[in-house]
Design a protein around this ligand. Structure first.
Ligand code: PGA
Length: 246
């Protein structure tokens, strides 16, 4: 049985005061791995104030361990500050920074090198879904990275399926649409390593809210969520964590 995983992707939102209030009010659950992903500048404060049972991480990392890379942050630095997760390949970075599959794969490998668990984001755009290419796109995004991850640690990686058309739009994939894609993703992992496919957590992202989380998380291949907008308020995010308790 996979333990549920629910992560709060704050994107470029929040403040120190807001973080303090959020962490004072948040309710985590023993049965759920809960993760806060604030803007990286707040990581230290988040780690210091996090209640027991809340892990922290970052929304992106650089590929190098150190060096002349102005503005970049190494996985090793995140780990040093107590972070344990790094999102890689979020669709906003694929769009805003033109991150390609190969770079995303390199970042996933860099996260593991630095002692972080990568949460690898995949997902199709609306045009790609309308053209019937959603599985091909997700398979391409995943193929680029799966081959590069050491078999011994692949079960500890997480994959976030985030259909781009559902992110921040209020439009959610139906539980059946999400389940279909999660099942497909698990079959792709199984083709590489059947044991890892049973261990790996595949979480759904795209307008997850307290009102739709229970039904989404009830699907057999949906192991939790990557939550943007609804993760900014402690009561909403607490309710989403509670919805992941099985
Ligand atoms: P959303 O964002 O919940 O606001 O749709 C999800 C994400 O981008 O991770």
């Amino acid at each position: 049985m996979r333990k549920a995983l629910v992560a709060a992707n704050w994107k470029m939102h929040g403040s120190l005061a807001g973080l303090q209030t959020f962490l004072a009010d948040l309710q985590v659950q023993d049965a759920v791995d809960s993760v806060l992903l604030p803007p990286a500048v707040y990581l230290s404060a988040a780690v210091a104030l996090a209640p027991d049972g809340l892990a922290c991480g970052v929304q992106d990392i650089g590929t190098a361990a150190s060096g002349a890379h102005t503005g970049e942050i190494a996985a090793e630095m995140v780990r040093e500050l107590g972070g344990t997760w790094a999102v890689v390949g979020h669709s906003e970075r694929r769009l805003d920074q033109q991150e390609q599959d190969d770079l995303v794969a390199t970042k996933a490998v860099a996260a593991l090198r630095g002692g972080l668990a990568p949460m690898i984001c995949v997902g199709e755009t609306l045009a790609e879904r309308q053209a019937g290419h959603e599985q091909a796109v997700v398979a391409r995004q995943l193929d680029a990275v799966i081959d590069r991850i050491d078999r011994a640690v692949i079960g500890g990686v997480a994959i976030a399926y985030e259909p781009v058309w559902a992110i921040g739009t209020g439009e959610t994939a139906t539980p059946a649409q999400a389940q279909n894609m999660h099942e497909f993703i698990r079959s792709l992992v199984a083709a590489e390593d059947s044991q890892a496919a049973q261990q790996i957590r595949i979480v759904y992202g795209g307008s997850v809210k307290p009102g739709n989380a229970t039904e989404l998380f009830a699907q057999p291949d949906i192991d939790g969520g990557l939550v943007g907008g609804a993760s900014l308020q402690a009561d909403d995010f607490s309710a989403i964590i509670a919805a992941a308790v099985t």
